[in-house]
Ligand binder design. Structure first.
Ligand SMILES: [Zn+2]
Length: 365
């Protein structure tokens, strides 16, 4: 209820408002993510807040602004302006055309951490127009508005975008693949003294095992590439021993089994027709049916077994092919990582756990 008191006392100019501790909130000044409830108090607009959180989460996971835009457009979310118009009852058909500025504005809005910013605009006394001030004129009061984004996440996103201005985020080797083994969240790529992957999720949680956990990018890249090479050598040595050829099922065998199953099904149908047209007796029909069913059961279970074995052999072939690819001098590290690795979990004790994209591309193929 404290918000109501703030804007029921409307003063004339923004500077007066700041000094007296009051500020205006007209409908036109409500920010995306906030709305007024029936009492006129500012509350979180859940629908918009969900989208804002999604945008921050993507930014924290290393997605670029254009990539975030693309995802929002694909999800058909109304743009902030469209959302506000719809919430004021305007009958519009949203186009959902998010642009980079929409996303950047949201990622910069400190108001989402609960802060109130005053003095960001002033009224030009000559023209009577409203103008923006520079950041050093802003007055920021924390913990006024309802919170949508934590202060830690906001700070992290600012750090990421400041880093992004200096380095080519897109080019780093393990982009979007590094996760914290302690809390499971995506680790962010950043520059402190050196480049590091860092866990931001538990920045404020001193009791977490991954509190302030960082790993050197150079060291992790090196470990991962060495592991890939070792795996490739292992797979190739097994392949040379002919181990992988054992139990290989060819697709003809499977096709043959399926044909037999179809044939038995049609026999069963014939049997039934003979019975209802009284060509054979009820007893003969039952005996015949039991015989066909037991053959079908046996074939079907072999089909299931062979299908599984066939898929495994395909995966093994793929692993072998990839293994030779790894040892090919022409393959770039980026290509190898993209082809082979789904995720890497890094634990605070510096153990790593790789989730491979290709089955068999790991110890104990
Ligand atoms: Zn963590």
């Amino acid at each position: 209820m404290r918000f109501k008191a703030l804007y029921s006392n409307v003063s004339e100019s923004p500077s007066d408002a700041t000094e007296q501790g009051f500020f205006k909130v007209r409908n036109s000044q409500l920010i995306y993510g906030h709305k007024k409830n029936a009492d006129g108090c500012i509350v979180v607009d859940i629908e918009a807040a969900t989208i804002i959180k999604e945008i921050y989460s993507m930014a924290l996971n290393g997605y670029s602004t254009p990539e975030i835009c693309e995802s929002l457009v694909n999800a058909c979310y109304p743009t902030p302006r469209e959302h506000i118009m719809l919430s004021f009852g305007n009958n519009i058909k949203p186009l959902c055309n998010w642009n980079s500025k929409n996303v950047r504005d949201i990622l910069r809005k400190i108001e989402y951490t609960g802060a109130l910013v005053t003095g960001a605009t002033y009224k030009d006394t000559e023209t009577g127009k409203c103008r923006k001030t520079t950041k050093d004129k802003w007055h920021i009061t924390p913990d006024v508005y309802p919170v949508i984004i934590s202060k830690e996440d906001y700070a992290e996103v600012r750090a990421i975008s400041n880093n992004r201005a200096n380095i080519q985020m897109k080019d780093y080797l393990l982009r979007r693949k590094v996760f914290c083994g302690g809390c499971g969240s995506a680790m962010s790529f950043e520059r402190s003294n050196n480049f590091v992957y860092s866990c931001y999720r538990t920045l404020a949680d001193t009791s977490a095992s991954c509190h302030r956990f960082k790993v050197s990018v150079a060291e992790l890249d090196d470990t991962v590439l060495t592991t890939i090479k070792k795996q490739a050598e292992l797979i190739i040595s097994i392949d040379n021993l002919g181990e992988l050829k054992k139990g290989v099922v060819n697709s003809n065998h499977l096709t043959e089994l399926k044909k037999q199953a179809e044939h038995l099904s049609s026999l069963r149908q014939d049997n039934y027709e003979k019975y209802i047209t009284r060509v054979i007796s009820k007893e003969a029909y039952h005996t015949q049916r039991a015989d066909i069913n037991s053959q079908l059961d046996s074939i079907n279970s072999r089909i299931v077994m062979y299908t599984q074995a066939y898929e495994i052999s395909l995966a093994k072939d793929k692993a072998v092919k990839n293994a030779y690819g790894v040892l090919d001098e022409n393959a770039t590290p980026k290509e190898l990582v993209e082809t082979l690795i789904d995720k890497i979990h890094v634990y605070p004790d510096n153990n790593i756990e790789i989730t491979w994209k290709v089955m068999g591309f790991a110890v104990g193929i």
